[in-house]
Write a protein that binds this ligand. Sequence first.
Ligand code: CMP
Length: 142
Amino acid sequence: MSNERTLSIIKPNATKDNNIGNIIARFEKEGLRIAAAKLTKLSKEKAEGFYIEHKERPFFNSLVNFMTSDLVVLMVLEGENAITRNREIMGATNPAEAAEGTLRKLYASGIEENAVHGSDSASSAEREISYFFEKNEIYDRF
Ligand code: CMP
């Protein structure tokens, strides 16, 4: 067991549907703590840079359009095995394959509009957290 930090994004379909509170409540109920948070609208450049590893994928432009279509909540979640725990709580990328009770099963409307993002590894978490947050914006919740 190790205390970790991971990046979480509540995506535009979930903010539009007024599910910000439901999603944050779930993270807290599961024992994850919010170490940083911002409600914001991503620019095209910021969204493209965030998803740069998907640049050659056929869904890239559509994904960037979706991620810039409305507000997002950017958060740093902290807790025991936070990276894996967050991924378990979110469920599979495709909500059709997500387990019952997971955030994507509950709040996604499709594989693109899948309600939440979470870092998939320690190295991604480090890159993604520093992409959106300065060190002095992140609080110790250990
Ligand atoms: P996320 O976990 O944020 O990582 C990449 C995102 O691309 C993913 O969630 C989905 O929003 C989107 N995505 C992944 N696969 C597809 C796909 N086959 N079609 C459309 N969007 C996808």
